[in-house]
Design a protein around this ligand. Sequence first.
Ligand code: BES
Ligand code: ZN
Length: 478
Amino acid sequence: MKIKLLSIFSLVIFNQAFAQSEKFYATTDTENAKELKAKFPNEIEIVGAAGNQSAIFLSEKAAEFLHHNVITHGPGYVYKSSKEEALSAINKVKKSNKILAFTIDQNAAVNSAIAKVSADNIKAHIQVLENYGTRHHTTAKAQTAVQDLKTKWQGLITAAGRTDVSVRVVNHVGTPMPSLVFTINGTTAPADFIIVGAHMDSITNNTANAPGADDDASGIATITEMIRILLDVNYKPAKTVEFMAFAAEEIGLVGSSEIAQNYALNGKNVVSFVQFDMTNYKGSSKDIYLTTDPYNSNDLNLFLIELMEHYNKTGTHAFTYGNTICNYGCSDHFSWADNGYDAAFPFEASFSQYNPNIHTTTDKLSNMGSSATHAAKFAKLGLEFIIETAKGSVLATSETANNNSVEIYVKDKSLNYRLAKETVESISIVDTSGKQLLESKNLLSFGKIDLNKINKGFYLAVFKTKSGKVITKKFILE
Ligand code: BES
Ligand code: ZN
């Protein structure tokens, strides 16, 4: 990836070097834009802002500064060919300013589903995908790989005897390779979509040899394991659940951008989108790293944190999480965010420690320890996400009653809380990256927590009760 990224980047720089004084349009974080404007008032114009994204008109010098001052690699901005394109891009990213109405109350269904995740199934499927030799979007092998995946997914549907589940091939304008979409029709809210994605293509500098085991056979195998289990438990969601295997991600998110744009044009209500791209290389100390790029949904990231706090804190399915940042539209989730949908991208490692073999002929299962135990954690998170978000409004269970036993509201920079039946042991405040910002102990069952030292944003309050329960509540600090 470095090579290609550098080449895209140097192309921009090269073009700019030719026309020294020429400026170009781009979008970037509003914070970045303001910092640049303060440092180089003549090198950048802020032509528009929406949410935390700004449309900018900048010189090569400003671009260079941006590139060297962002946290990791990547240009730090997204190039746009015109002012209109830059403005429309920032206005499309309409970040919702409310908490998604997700709850966690499907303990029995989730626990039985995640217990079925088999790392061996995922491993075997990664090997099958690696064995094509290449899945480069222009090759015949990529076409075969998509057809074979269709057969595999269709076979699972047929074996389950389901008529409310289907697979369709989506042809594209920008690539000869098709994408695949697997749909479980929603029972009571079929117009609401919960979507999970991965990409089917691979890339290296040798079209004929691009095994792409981690990038992204791992993601395809991970979502296929979710599909297998959901059919195995005869899962019938209230909302429509879709799994997508995207074509031609590696050449610029081609498959996903055509599909996401089509969904947006048709006014489809995609409640949330989660991407699985590179799930099987354990490059860092923690397990799952939530990416916190500005186009990602803070709220959805917080919900994924809530899920992991609830289902993966202790016991057989325990794993840890951290946060990282791509700094650019690094995978298909960007296409969904770009069309105004809440999107997230849980990643295999901290960004500085991702699998060094990707985009080379050595991106193989044998270079990931020949097992898929890391990817299995992502399959669990995916199942938790789907089952908890695609449900309809459920009758109050002991869990919801439990969650309702804490009331919170934010006023004058403090968090007011009241627990109905429980005595509180500790309260901690966690940010969208999973970082614990403060913890209070020795509390009464009602009171206030001072939030003056905390910035505006989305947070999770984690209440631990004396009886050992954990109750989480999301809130926004304005
Ligand atoms: N899986 C990578 C993205 C990635 C790599 C994310 C390393 C985090 C760490 C993806 O397939 C990819 O290569 N994306 C392209 C961007 C795309 C717009 C062509 C990239 O990063 O160069
Ligand atoms: Zn990838």
